[in-house]
Design a protein around this ligand. Structure first.
Ligand SMILES: N[C@@H](CCC(=O)N[C@@H](CS)C(=O)NCC(=O)O)C(=O)O
Length: 361
């Protein structure tokens, strides 16, 4: 089969926890459409809808590292609450299929306490265009569910992990700082559930509808770009580079020393009712002054790694340093470093920290 005869149709099914009429109307109501019909991280600058056969619709989208772009089409079938069909064409030349008209057909089916959307988007010229639209539609449907599900984003977003993990706590602090509602699902590292979501079996994993995001720094960036609320990478170019630098330092050096070879040595020994491995702890403790001195210099005269408000780096550091202070050598090392303690006290006084606090046991 060559590209000219191949079928690149996209079929997507999505359950939305809202009545069928409400879901259908969200597609054809000019006031509702701009509130959801674009991928996360973008906005609909304007929407025009003339919902009758042969009437036109048009959406003008902004954001997402792209120049403003618009999509439009004509209604072919409108059968309220059952079925909708309309043409779809990107405007301008800056798109993967300039001048090409595709067709969207949607059936709305009542199911349990909501509606199943069965969408068929046909006419793509190649797999890359089909794949790009699949990602876009999934994100758009996530936003539709946020809007119509009574639980808001908590009906769409699930964070999976163990509450005491410092990386899981960091993801929760980020979600709370952004003011994003989510559902928490308890899943242990390397459990069957986590292994199915994360190629290395670690926690946390964020599920946004059918999309899975793993690695805490990626989760924090996804939340930051995908949702309204204060930036988690604030400041000017140097502040932002410094934030990236410390995100990398946490993953590359600090977590290994402070969490894996120090805090967790105590925690696992407590859980297993045995003495911690002194040699491992002593070695980790001997490496910490260099790391903590770098942090102490960083926090001199500043409360946050970035500028003026918490960044991804502060968020990643906070649970880890809080755990460090719960064990004798860590508490001593922190007591000698007043700038870290001041910055930590500020982070720990924030409601986001309380929302992600978990005692070690
Ligand atoms: N680089 C990962 C690290 C995640 C991680 O190591 N999480 C710990 C819990 S704090 C875990 O899953 N540990 C299980 C293991 O080490 O096998 C991230 O940023 O998410």
């Amino acid at each position: 089969m060559n590209a000219a005869t191949q079928d690149f149709t996209l079929n997507l099914t999505r359950f939305i926890r809202a009545p069928r009429e409400k879901v259908f109307d969200a597609f054809v109501d000019e006031a509702i459409l701009p509130r959801w019909h674009c991928p996360r991280g973008m906005t609909v600058a304007s929407a025009k809808v003339d919902a009758r056969i042969d009437g036109t619709w048009r959406l003008d989208m902004r954001g997402g590292n792209r120049a403003p772009h618009a999509v439009s089409g004509r209604y072919r079938e409108i059968k309220r609450a059952d079925r909708l069909a309309y043409t779809w064409q990107w405007e301008g030349d800056d798109n993967p299929m300039p001048g090409l008209q595709t067709l969207v057909e949607i059936d709305f089916v009542s199911q349990d306490d909501g509606t199943e959307i069965r969408m068929r988007h046909s006419g793509f010229p190649a797999e890359a265009a089909r794949r790009g639209h699949s990602q876009g539609w999934n994100s758009v449907f996530n936003r539709l569910n946020d809007l119509l599900d009574a639980r808001g984003a908590a009906g769409t977003l699930t964070l999976c992990g163990v509450p005491e993990s410092s990386y899981v706590r960091a993801a929760r602090i980020g979600l709370a700082e952004k003011g994003v509602a989510y559902t928490f699902e308890s899943c242990a590292p390397h459990s069957e559930k986590i292994n199915a979501l994360h190629p290395f079996g670690r926690v946390p994993v964020l599920r946004d509808g059918p999309t899975e995001i793993w690695e805490t720094s990626a989760i924090l960036r996804y939340i930051d770009e995908g949702f309204e609320g204060p930036s988690l990478n604030p400041g000017m170019i140097v502040d932002r580079a410094r934030t990236e630098q410390w995100v990398s330092a946490v993953g590359g050096y600090l977590y290994d020393t402070i969490a894996r070879r120090y805090v967790l040595q105590y925690v696992f020994a407590m859980r297993e009712k045995r003495e911690p491995d002194r040699a491992v702890i002593d070695k980790a403790v001997s490496e910490m002054p260099r790391q903590l001195d770098a942090l102490e210099r960083l926090y001199t005269g500043r409360d946050f790694v970035g500028s003026g408000s918490p960044s991804y780096a502060d968020i990643l550091l906070t649970p880890m340093l809080a755990y460090l202070g719960q064990f004798p050598e860590g508490a001593q090392l922190l007591s000698d470093r007043p700038n870290i303690r001041r910055a930590q006290a500020i982070m720990q006084a924030r409601p986001s920290f309380a929302a992600a606090t978990q005692r070690l046991s």
